[in-house]
Design a protein around this ligand. Sequence first.
Ligand code: ADP
Ligand code: ZN
Length: 647
Amino acid sequence: MPILHRELLLDIFGYTEFRGPQEAIIDHVSAGGDALVLMPTGGGKSLCYQIPALARQQAGHGVTIVISPLIALMHDQVGALLEAGVDAAYLNSSLSSEASYALEKRLLSGSITMLYAAPERVTNPRFLAQLDSLYERGLLSLFAIDEAHCVSQWGHDFRPEYRALSVLHERFASVPRVALTATADELTREDMIERLQLQEAAKFVSSFDRPNIRYRLVEKKDPTQQLLRFIRNEHTGDAGIVYCQSRKKVEDIAQTLSNEGIPALPYHAGLDAGVRQANQDRFLREDGLVMVATIAFGMGIDKPDVRFVAHLDMPKNIEAYYQETGRAGRDGAPANAWMSYGLQDVVNQRRMIDESPAGEDFKSIMRGKLDALLTLAESIDCRRVQLLRYFGEDCRQFSDEPPLGKLVPSGGGVGREATSVGAKFMCGNCDNCLNPPDLWDGTDAARKLLSTIYRVQQHSGISFGAGHIMDILRGKKTEKVTQFGHEAISTFGIGATLSETQLRSVLRQLIANGALNINAAAFNTLQLNDASREVLKGNIQVMLRESEAASATRGMGSKAKRSATSATKTANAVLDAAGERRFASLKAWRAEVAREHNLPAYVIFHDATLIAIAQRAPLQLSDLDGISGIGAKKLTAYGDEVLRAVR
Ligand code: ADP
Ligand code: ZN
């Protein structure tokens, strides 16, 4: 079997080596075992069921059913398989009745290797009856459940239809199942295992590290300008995704970027379905577009050359953040994950949780998850180490092994002890590692702030929001201050030497550490709790990161710029002038083929493959041997055209 798997890898997909745990997973699933696969985005999950599907079909086991949450994306996935010469198809409502009928016939004959379908389709009675028929004849080979975290309400894109998938195990007990996801914290993972009844399945958990992604979280100050600077300085001409909280903001930012000469498209659930689909298609098919979107966009987007993901607003938790940023750099080339966040984001997210109709247990878990993200944002330690720790990975165990091979103890030079656990490790590819933030002792400021909140409450008998409290501290005689007579409060003006930025940072830190509550049910007023009293008494030291403005002047910009290596810039590095011309000509040829086949360009060949061809300057077909990404079918179909394009 294993030899066959390697042959399939080379012959169909054009790759010479398996990556990470792929081979072990493939061997296990191909032999009929159940598996749960947790692998980061870009890790190569697809092959983990595609190669078993091919091997099992060859061995006479029949059809693999691939369950995938988004109809819109099945087209490209199946397109890529067909390009590679695999008999694959998808079932969805876009098919005409004749086409569905013809497909059903092929399905029932057991000849299709992979059939993609959405969960609601798979669990409808008519389809289940067809599966019964295959099953009785031993022609139902494997179930692959993609984006399996959708089954859990703890995951960030819960899809109730996934729950019904437990029927597969009950009805087709002897058919192996492989469930795959790129995201799952401990809670989601356990829930997923239980819901899909995968208790007996082999678990393959890869490191979730994405070494090529550089994480950066900056304080929000004129976010539109910050975003423009980020794109202009580091990502001119690159494809990227900008996430915003609201539909209106999506529209505004897309418009602003376009006005500023950065080609951008909007995507949110309020747009007409046709427009949404058209924008998504353009993003996938054209080079260098920026998609400005709500979180409605992205699941299953497997465009490999997304060079950056920017968050203009804070997501709701680390899982969502990691999943969304994970859409950058699937091709392994350098990519940026950039986020701007502020106090208002926290307030908004809190309010959404508080106002949701969910039960109190659920809300409390969600609040905890939000706090974890805020803590990450405020932290001065390596972002990657903290992200991985959140997903249950102890970075020490990777300290001299890839993929975290570059994590080294920092010698304790960075940051404070309070938030760090044991020895420090630094990835060298996040803002805190590249440019350790300066610290300042915010204990005094925190006490001033908390005592102001206390006194104002005593004075007026009601609580106030952050803005007003800061005005009092900074000694501003606003209308509201005068109206409530708050200039009489003894702390009025005692924070005059602190900037608003510093005070906001103190506030966020206190909230992140649970030393201050925001009451969303009462106009987001600030309220003290037991932990606040500890800070007030001076029992807790509050060390804060210096605001971004200060560190920006120390040159993060120039370091960050170096990371902005787009695929084209990578090409520059390896290709001479003639190579460049061949690459350009190959890209033009690829664009043509992609248009003809109505598929994204990367489905035909990845940039990396074209660069390798351009570098080799092949004269005859045999010169293409061994270039990664050229399988047998593609060699036959495109070999001659590639040679012509090179000439
Ligand atoms: P995931 O679904 O885990 O995000 P994919 O299955 O889409 O990842 O794979 C990411 C990219 O890596 C794809 O372009 C795929 O062709 C490529 N890839 C996967 N496995 C290998 C391999 N063994 N060798 C080279 N490239 C691979
Ligand atoms: Zn780091």
